[in-house]
Design a protein around this ligand. Structure first.
Ligand code: AMP
Ligand code: MN
Ligand code: MN
Ligand code: MN
Length: 286
């Protein structure tokens, strides 16, 4: 008996509530994501593209067709102590105007940042970034750093996406420019306005001191955030245990997701590790 068969018998659901598609900086369509997730035993799925909800409809259609439960989702780009912090909104109403107003402002800040990044490349002696990046964008309303990375790979300036981030696109590197910051509080409030559940994404990835992380969690919970990702493709081995303990201690609902963007990066849909039995699962709220 495979482990997923055992889990089904014991009543544990396999979920993947964090992934990206061509509607933001992922390489696959919702249909392709559903196919991969299903073959990995996923029963409940959410598309959480960066700052856009356009993929939610196609994702629901694909999931319905394949017999998977589908939850609407989004991953909102915020900032805390100069560190990019991501808030996942699950079971949201994508039509909600407060949510869409915030997402539109964030997308606009992405365009402005991309223009400054293109200027930075020109100053570094590499012209044509703006035109080049636009060819990599798969949703005209969402531009992100991985689109710059693909352009750099195609130009032959770096071997792969990872090298593009290391040499050019990470904070402090020559192509980087910061976005206008958005607060964790406004993102959580927008998710709540849209009737959704706010989840702190990949908590183990933030470069924050212990006391700063405590402050982040305090701000998140005071705004009404109630969930935390415990198993994610963005975590290193050992971090699932740390954040399981934190979820129990802080009485947070546990979420799980691959953070899948493209084959070969992070883990495949559904394979981020199932949640510990003692955790309260976020889907009990849906
Ligand atoms: P942005 O939201 O435009 O600032 O871009 C951040 C996105 O870049 C993340 O969501 C990841 O998909 C991707 N990313 C960040 N760091 C790396 C890295 N070192 N290698 C590959 N992709 C990365
Ligand atoms: Mn991404
Ligand atoms: Mn993220
Ligand atoms: Mn993500």
């Amino acid at each position: 008996m495979t482990s997923s068969e055992k889990e089904k018998i014991s009543g544990i659901l396999r979920a993947d509530l964090h992934m990206h598609s061509v509607y933001s900086d992922g390489l696959l369509t919702p249909e392709e994501l559903v196919e991969k997730a299903k073959s990995n035993g996923v029963e409940m799925i959410a598309l959480t593209d960066h700052d856009v909800t356009e993929g939610c409809g196609p994702m629901r259609q694909a999931a319905d067709k394949a017999g998977l439960q589908c939850v609407t989702g989004v991953e909102i780009s915020t900032d805390f102590a100069s560190e990019p912090v991501h808030i996942v909104g699950l079971n949201i109403d994508p039509q909600n105007s407060a949510l869409q107003t915030l997402l539109e402002k964030i997308r606009l800040s992405r365009v402005k940042r991309a223009e400054r990044m293109a200027d930075n490349f020109a100053k570094a002696g590499i012209p044509g970034a703006w035109e080049g990046v636009l060819k990599e964008v798969t949703n005209p309303s969402l531009i992100a750093r991985p689109h710059f990375a693909s352009w750099l790979v195609k130009k032959g300036l770096v071997r792969d996406i990872d090298e593009a981030f290391k040499k050019w696109l990470s904070s402090g590197r020559p192509g980087f420019a910061p976005r206008t910051p958005f607060s964790v509080t406004e993102a959580v409030e927008a998710v709540k306005s849209a009737g959704g559940v706010a989840v702190l994404a990949h908590p183990g990835r933030y470069k924050l001191e212990g006391w700063q992380f405590d402050e982040l969690l305090k701000q998140f919970m005071e705004a009404g955030g109630v969930g935390i990702e415990v198993t994610t493709g963005s975590h290193r081995p050992g971090q699932a245990e740390i954040f399981s303990d934190l979820a129990v201690r802080m009485n947070l609902w546990a979420s799980t997701g691959s953070d899948f963007h493209r084959p070969g990066n992070r883990c495949e849909p559904g394979l981020q590790g199932d949640l510990d039995r003692r955790l309260r699962k976020v889907w009990e709220l849906f």
